[in-house]
Design a protein. Sequence first.
Length: 411
Amino acid sequence: MDRLKNKIAQLPESTGVYLFKDAKGKVIYIGKAKSLKKRAQSYFSRQLSAKTQAMVAKIKDVEYILTPSEAQAQILESALVKEQQPQYNTSLKDDKTFPWIKITDEDFPIVSIARKKIKERGDTSLYFGPYTNVKLLHEAFKLLRRIFGFRSCKSFPKQACLYFRLRLCPAPCIKEINSREYREIIKEIKMFLLFRQEELLHKLASKMQELSKEQRFEEAIRVRDQLNALSAIGQNRISSFSELEDLKALLGLDKLPRRIEAFDISNIAGKEATGSMVSFYNGRPDKDNYRRYRIKTVKEIDDYKMLREVIKRRYARLIKENQLLPDLIIIDGGKGHLAVAKEETKGLGLGISLVSITKDKENIYIPGRLNPIRLKSDTSALNLIRRVRDEAHRFALAYHHLLRKKKALAQ
């Protein structure tokens, strides 16, 4: 239980979905939260009903997926519950009092919010949900309409309505779109509601290329806008996953480096020397786990000794507090910096994978390899390493400047 509580304590205070698992690794409950950390901790810090206590007693592990908004978290929660059928998500599996998103089955399907899932005889409509928060559902519905556009009127008007002028409906009522093209939009909406992100992004990218080849540029621009919108609201989790896969293959790791920690040392003429540690989870910054270090034991200008101090302080504490360790450590520096980090982690009894990257030529060093790896500038693995390294440098420099400012004000 201590290991589980430590893991929960490291969850980000960000919006997303959490998945509780039992001893066999089976998902037993899925929930959404504005703050993943606070929500997960609440199960262990308050009085609970007998049913919830029984669930908590079975929790042995937790995973999470970040989302850019609560509305997105609600869509993901519903999709995952439908897919995994967790034992304790009884309300989302069985309760028909919550609203749903309904898509009718006709030539030009209507997309709407249904108060209840009541299928009358002959009704072949699809229902997505249920959604426990009506406000978030309406936000998600607006998001759907803004990205894809769809029909919501029960009968076709004689003239196109305001939704067409606002580009929120493709106007099948005035034959601006045929049934086949409209049903393609409906397929994309279904993918979105089922959180089939990778399939949806690939589909839209291919569609945009085909339209461009056919010189249907106005339609291609609209698809491009859809892709941009999906990326803007966080659907580009897939690209982060691809970067992690690429990095795993590059380094020969046994598993995806989901948790990455990176270190940088900052000092100007040896004054106000500082170290920084940034944390990335699933390819994204996890700012709640960033750490800053004032160098205490090194008085001279020696990056190697400073790095030793910071590495030792970081991981000696994690070991002492029995907290989770990263899957990969990135060092801002060359072969010498990597050797120092390797020696220090080995001295602590750790076998964490390490890699270093130089600032100038962006050579990548791996322990046990004599020559550096040189990757093309657009390589996924390099993009991820570079992004983590740059964030560590920015964070260290910001702290360094803050200390110098404080010292100047104190004089």
